[in-house]
Design a binder for this molecule. Sequence first.
Ligand SMILES: *[C@@H]1O[C@H](CO)[C@@H](O)[C@H](O)[C@H]1NC(C)=O
Ligand SMILES: *[C@@H]1O[C@H](CO)[C@@H](O)[C@H](O)[C@H]1NC(C)=O
Ligand SMILES: *[C@@H]1O[C@H](CO)[C@@H](O)[C@H](O)[C@H]1NC(C)=O
Ligand SMILES: *[C@@H]1O[C@H](CO)[C@@H](O)[C@H](O)[C@H]1NC(C)=O
Ligand SMILES: *[C@@H]1O[C@H](CO)[C@@H](O)[C@H](O)[C@H]1NC(C)=O
Ligand SMILES: *[C@@H]1O[C@H](CO)[C@@H](O)[C@H](O)[C@H]1NC(C)=O
Ligand SMILES: *[C@@H]1O[C@H](CO)[C@@H](O)[C@H](O)[C@H]1NC(C)=O
Ligand SMILES: [Cu+2]
Length: 567
Amino acid sequence: MEIDNLSSSSSFWLFLWFSVLFLAPNAEVHQHDFVIKAVPVKRLCHTRSTITVNGQFPGPTLLVRNGDSLVIRVVNQAKYNITLHWHGIRQLRNGWADGPAYVTQCPIQAGGSYTYRFSVEDQEGTLWWHAHNSWLRATVHGALIILPKLHCSYPFAPPKCEFPLILGEWWNANPLDIIRRALKTGAAPQPSDSLTINGQPGDLYKCSTKETTVIPVAAGETILLRFINAAMLTELFVSVADHNMTVVAADSSYTKPFTTSVVLIAPGQTTDVLIHANRPAGRYYIAARAYQSGSLNTPFDNTTTTAILIYENQTPGHSPPKLPVLPPYNDTAAVAAFSAGIKGLYAVKIPAPVDEHLFFTVGLGLISCQQGKTCSGPNGTLFTTSMNNYSFVLPKGLSLLQAAQSGVRGVFTTDFPASPPVKFDYTGDNISTSLYQPVRATKLYPLKYGSVVQLVMQGTNIYMSEEHPMHIHGYEFLVLATGRGNFDAKRDAAKFNLVDPPRRNTVGVPVKGWGVIRFVADNPGVWFVHCHIDSHLSWGLAMAFLVENGAGELQSTAPPPLDLPKC
Ligand SMILES: *[C@@H]1O[C@H](CO)[C@@H](O)[C@H](O)[C@H]1NC(C)=O
Ligand SMILES: *[C@@H]1O[C@H](CO)[C@@H](O)[C@H](O)[C@H]1NC(C)=O
Ligand SMILES: *[C@@H]1O[C@H](CO)[C@@H](O)[C@H](O)[C@H]1NC(C)=O
Ligand SMILES: *[C@@H]1O[C@H](CO)[C@@H](O)[C@H](O)[C@H]1NC(C)=O
Ligand SMILES: *[C@@H]1O[C@H](CO)[C@@H](O)[C@H](O)[C@H]1NC(C)=O
Ligand SMILES: *[C@@H]1O[C@H](CO)[C@@H](O)[C@H](O)[C@H]1NC(C)=O
Ligand SMILES: *[C@@H]1O[C@H](CO)[C@@H](O)[C@H](O)[C@H]1NC(C)=O
Ligand SMILES: [Cu+2]
């Protein structure tokens, strides 16, 4: 495909110029090589070839400060196409570094390379990075930790130590085969064989005792745990035996300190907690297991992964660690209580008045099987998902951002509906099967630069309802409210938190419920909006915003880098 590359030679210099102009004193440029390659990894008594970065699973932790820049050269030595996404980084005017395949870039082909260049601007806390095509993110992911600027501190007493704890899922089979089979048969993907903490199942699983993740602590200390849910399919409850946790940040924004015995983290979200080591010296499990928002009759990974919080001078194996009591798998009330406890640390000015009132349904659907074929979804159908009854289809020859930037027609349309094409009782128990089958399309919703957007995301009970962790690229948004049932503008506006709502990049839209977010469309480009449960994404639970350029260079998408991969 012909793309206008005339202006791209300037992009590197533009990047340097931005760096010089905007890098605060002391800000650094971090350069890393990320080599994508397959290595043998052994878990649960099995060894299988696993796609990794630099042979590590999970991948390397990036530790930077607010204001720093990153230059990450990705060399693809695997046999699969790949892209990397820097989850939660705003990528202002710089969608070229965002990473979702065919949304902002063509994939880095086997044998190819691409350098992601971006800066951290006014963000701090726990983020992460992961592959963003097919199911490669199952093993290609790692932490991206942003410390405050030099000489700046946390808005809480400095912890003695900090530990990233990446929650994940492990399959004994190649995850790409798991999704390939699901898409082919129409059935839900086979659940993972174990949950993991920092890549380790923990000693409740066979062959896993020696490598269980250990968090050392001295009596009287306070430590900071940075939880990241990198799992493909599973929302997770996390508890620590005999210890409360004080939540101080969610995604990369500080929260009002909130003490709880259990946190709920959906795929795509991060949660930072302080733990005060005030219990008798000993060994205590940090444990995580599923929150199953849909039916308990659908298969899910119901195992428990553990790490061990171990007080100084405790020899391993001394006595069995204590296991915390985790909520029941279907404890939606615990999820609602936790979610209600999360408030922004500071009062914020809520963007108003609203220019764009958007209402998007999110949920499952069923497609009837082609004549003469057999499908193994419910009732012999194929599973699908949609937003406002459109199941998102990625383009093939060119990314959406490239097509938008260079004016190539026929790649997408801009008529994604602002509200559901058919109004119905979204969360009712008797939804007509005539509504089950959505339409496949590549539709974007255009936003004027600087417009104030309020988006209601409404879960549907088509076939079944589940909680959907909805993620928006290139943005952080204020979560004004979440609730049960059908959203009712008159009744539910009273529930909006217009004082200190949390700022997030991924919001859990409750099962048979809704979530309302607000943001200013101040970042031009094409930004993917999708469920972070990967089967739902693979089935089409996505759309994209096309945020138009504003006035002048500082409100416009930068030219593409020279080495942007070609399709
Ligand atoms: C945890 O917090 C609850 C409520 O604040 C309190 O009742 C309980 O004693 C605390 N537990 C521990 C182990 O500190
Ligand atoms: C997990 O699910 C399996 C079957 O899928 C069942 O046999 C087992 O009892 C379940 N375990 C728990 C702890 O619920
Ligand atoms: C959770 O599941 C149990 C059965 O395992 C059931 O008795 C209970 O009613 C369910 N709770 C909710 C809130 O659905
Ligand atoms: C499954 O098929 C039966 C019989 O054709 C029908 O009554 C039922 O509504 C179908 N269920 C779904 C979820 O399509
Ligand atoms: C569900 O809807 C159908 C038709 O729309 C109706 O015939 C049926 O009685 C309804 N069932 C329930 C339980 O409301
Ligand atoms: C989605 O669109 C299809 C095709 O027009 C239609 O059959 C179906 O009822 C629609 N469903 C909803 C929920 O709008
Ligand atoms: C890899 O990417 C290229 C370019 O987009 C595409 O033509 C090819 O089909 C992809 N290969 C696979 C295995 O997806
Ligand atoms: Cu979902």
